[in-house]
Design a protein. Structure first.
Length: 237
């Protein structure tokens, strides 16, 4: 949930089924009893979200020109790292004689800890060969140090810029093996379409779960058939 920043804001939409004739005061509150019921019904084990982990204005006045309003809810990474939390928010009152639709008055917001995420400093090198690396003909060695974000994707994997070639759209697709929790490294489509077909290889990769440090060494051939060996060590900031 926090790939590259200390806080993230979610805009909660509160809507009416009709345009109101006058401004209405609405109160929204966190209600942990719904978390407990949710866990019981769905067999989940979400924890109660620490009160320091979120802030929002629980009372607001609607705009009569629109049928919906938004409430910004800010989540704080400092208090939410390392856990799976659930925050049920419920509309508890409205004035002017309007009624609350109890069937849609609760929304569940949750965080999920993603191991492969965070801001990293990468130091490494790209060794540019003339032809095959087995011949040992090195054209140049290019060192780099770059800061980059390891961002969770939508399919359980995470995305990270490849070496210092992120501006070219080259990225790693990283995940952890379900068999032994080892680091699985793939190249994205942009990179694969830019190099010699079938030439991308992962020579070595490691992930330290205690420090979240990452090491990756890969090889590929450019479109001219010249080998490139890229090595980088990533340290969590």
């Amino acid at each position: 949930m926090f790939p590259s920043q200390d806080t993230v804001t979610y805009n909660l939409v509160i809507s009416s089924t009709f345009l109101q004739s006058k401004a209405t005061t609405v109160t929204v509150e966190a209600d942990d009893s719904y978390r407990q019921a949710y866990n019981s019904t769905n067999g989940t084990n979400y924890e109660v979200m620490p009160v320091q982990g979120y802030t929002f204005q629980n009372t607001f006045t609607t705009n009569i020109s629109y049928i919906y309003d938004t409430i910004p809810i800010t989540f704080n990474k400092q208090f939410l790292s390392g856990g799976n939390y659930l925050l049920p928010l419920r509309i508890t009152s409205v004035n002017n004689g309007y009624k609350i639709d109890t069937g849609s008055s609760v929304i569940y917001l949750h965080t999920q800890d993603v191991v492969l995420s965070g801001e990293y400093t990468s130091t490494g090198s790209r060794v540019l060969y003339v032809g095959d690396s087995a011949n040992g003909d090195i054209q140049s060695v290019q060192a780099f140090t770059v800061n980059k974000n390891l961002v969770p994707g939508t399919d359980g994997s995470s995305i990270l810029d490849y070496a210092d070639l992120g501006p070219n759209g080259w990225q790693y697709i990283l995940s952890l093996s379900t068999d032994d929790n080892s680091l699985v490294v793939q190249a994205n489509t942009v990179m694969l379409n830019s190099i010699q077909a079938g030439s991308f290889q992962v020579l070595s990769s490691r992930f330290d779960p205690s420090t979240k440090d990452i090491y990756i060494r890969t090889r590929y051939k450019n479109s001219s058939g010249d080998d490139r060996i890229v090595e980088e060590s990533l340290t969590l900031q």
